[in-house]
Design a binder for this molecule. Structure first.
Ligand SMILES: Cc1cc2nc3c(=O)[nH]c(=O)nc-3n(C[C@H](O)[C@H](O)[C@H](O)COP(=O)(O)OP(=O)(O)OC[C@H]3O[C@@H](n4cnc5c(N)ncnc54)[C@H](O)[C@@H]3O)c2cc1C
Length: 509
């Protein structure tokens, strides 16, 4: 057993943890950061990443605040929303400080805040300037931010422990007074006396019971086999078991809203590699076209032109029987996609036109993917894909009628996306709700203090990042996301508040 004494302990070294650790250190606190994995960086350890930063200008900040608060239908916590928005500008000087490089992708004029194209997300969430983190070659941007942050932290006297999860947090007289951490391999224990703990342990994507209990999804694996109805399109799931959630709740912290930062994805082998940026074929583009989508009863359920808004598709799919949806098109549309090109494309997967779609479906079948179907008739398609035959035939006929009329009588979809489903072979992709991770669960106030059911803070206990980001969106946080900008923005705020609490920083009004 090793005994340590520091001012502040940080749990986790993702975007939130490292930002909080470096910021607290720079205020003059002694800080120890414990990480469960053998290396730093959390969810973004192998990704290029973009961030949003709202200008440090009250006009931009007010517009951004109004957009997000309105988007949540006033269910988000206004203090939490403000804390995030008003601290995102600090991301850039932080990057400069730790020596990470970034590039402006798109500046957002004031009149466009909360409006316009948001790269797969709802327009209301497009509220700041977009930057890319520069990595080596085409990737690893955020991994380099994390590496640089860790180097800065250690070079300035921070204590960093990898492979050493925090397993307990202690209080005395109701106030946080220490933690226990235990090395994964050696079993060596670290008992740390401290005045404050910042919980930045990410989501709980790898705790199947929590997913079922708090979000209602049945997570089996990323192939959605054996009745699975959600998948996680990321690699570092193994440590995302909601450790911080469980410890905060054990100490009396209230449960906040929990959800998945939903988007639409076809599960199974042959679709994406070990990060969502590695696409093996063009399925990612095929599955987001605004054509004919049905649920397993063969009923349409959304204006399909929303299909470029991944959040809208993910959440609407999650509402369907079996929590699944299907995009179906015919051979004329296959030809259209190959000659004319897709109508929608996610900015990451830009495709002028698609190639050998039949060959791609055959390849998926050979790989054993159970969610891609190609058949000569619609009846066969219904049988193979598990869609109600009668419902499908009826709704295809109805949709084709609307296409002929040039008017969508169900959802008023833009007529330019009305492509009939008539000529075999027919193609279907079964699509599920997917997330990078989970959203929220630890309830905090605008100072990132973990609060109890009465809204009172647990002295010395703070949280930042994916584990608390649900508070931004309301309860349940439908349509809510947890991203890198959130992690960083909340990391700054948690460090500010913890340093004020331990008396080394003056409290701001
Ligand atoms: C593949 C992928 C692509 C993404 N792309 C983008 C993007 O382009 N833009 C964007 O803004 N966002 C993106 N996101 C989302 C974004 O990365 C996350 O929302 C954000 O990084 C979360 O940061 P965090 O610090 O809260 O949590 P995490 O990064 O998940 O870090 C939590 C850390 O805590 C550790 N931990 C867990 N339990 C313990 C314990 N008991 N003790 C100590 N440590 C513990 C974990 O091992 C982990 O390292 C992406 C996510 C993924 C996975």
């Amino acid at each position: 057993m090793q005994n340590l004494k520091v001012d502040i302990v940080v749990m986790g070294s993702g975007g939130a943890g490292l930002t909080a650790a470096v910021t607290a250190l720079d205020y003059g606190a002694s800080v120890a950061c414990f990480e469960k994995r053998p290396f730093q960086a959390g969810s973004v350890s192998n990704c290029a990443i973009g961030v949003t930063a709202v200008k440090n200008d009250p006009r931009y900040q007010a517009a951004a605040f109004n957009s997000i608060f309105n988007y949540t239908n006033y269910n988000g916590d206004p203090g939490v929303i403000k804390a995030w928005i008003n601290n995102t500008w600090r991301i850039l000087p932080f990057m400069d400080k730790v020596g990470a490089k970034y590039k402006l992708r798109a500046e957002l004029p004031l009149e466009k805040v909360g409006k316009g194209e948001a790269g797969g997300f709802p327009p209301q969430t497009r509220i700041g300037d977009a930057y890319y983190m520069i990595g080596r070659g085409k990737g690893h941007g955020s991994a380099i931010v994390a590496l640089q942050s860790r180097r800065y932290f250690e070079a300035h006297g921070g204590q960093f422990f990898v492979d050493t999860p925090i397993v307990d947090i202690f209080t005395e007289g109701g106030k946080v007074c220490g933690v226990l951490a235990k090395h994964n391999k050696t079993g060596e224990e670290y008992k740390v006396e401290c005045k404050a703990v910042i919980v930045a342990s990410g989501g709980f994507g790898n705790d199947r019971e929590m997913i079922k209990k708090y979000i209602g999804h049945n997570y089996t694996d990323n192939n959605c086999s054996n009745g699975g109805d959600v998948l996680f399109n990321f690699f570092p799931t193994e440590t995302m078991t909601g450790d911080g959630h469980k410890l905060c709740w054990k100490l009396g912290g209230a449960k906040g809203g929990m959800g998945i930062n939903g988007h639409n994805l076809v599960p199974g082998p042959g679709i994406i590699g070990n990060t969502p940026w590695i696409a093996y074929d063009e399925t990612r583009v095929m599955e987001e076209q605004p054509y004919f989508w049905v649920n397993k009863n063969g009923e349409r359920f959304v204006d399909e032109s929303q299909s470029s808004n991944h959040m809208a598709m993910g959440t609407s799919i999650a509402r369907q029987p079996g929590k699944m949806g299907y995009i179906i098109y015919d051979d004329d549309t296959r030809e259209y996609l190959e000659t004319h090109g897709p109508d929608f494309e996610y900015f990451i997967f830009q495709a002028e036109h698609l190639h050998d779609i039949k060959g791609q479906f055959e390849r998926l079948a050979k790989l054993g993917n159970e969610h891609a179907f190609m058949t000569d008739t619609l009846e066969e398609l219904a049988d193979k894909a598990g869609i109600d035959k009668e419902g499908l035939l009826k709704n295809v006929a109805r949709y084709n009628y609307y296409c002929d009329q040039g008017r969508d009588g169900d959802f008023s979809k833009d007529p330019k996306f009305m492509r009939p489903v008539r000529k075999g072979p027919f193609y279907a992709l079964r699509v599920f709700n997917a997330g990078y991770s989970t959203v929220g669960g630890i309830k905090v106030n605008g100072r990132m203090e973990v609060i109890n059911d009465d809204g009172k803070p647990i002295p010395g206990l703070y949280s930042a990042g994916d584990c608390m980001v649900g508070e931004l969106w309301g309860n349940p946080p439908v349509g809510g996301i947890g991203n890198y900008s959130h992690a960083l923005g909340f990391g700054f705020t948690a460090a500010d508040s913890a340093c004020e609490y331990i008396g080394i920083k003056e409290e701001e009004l």
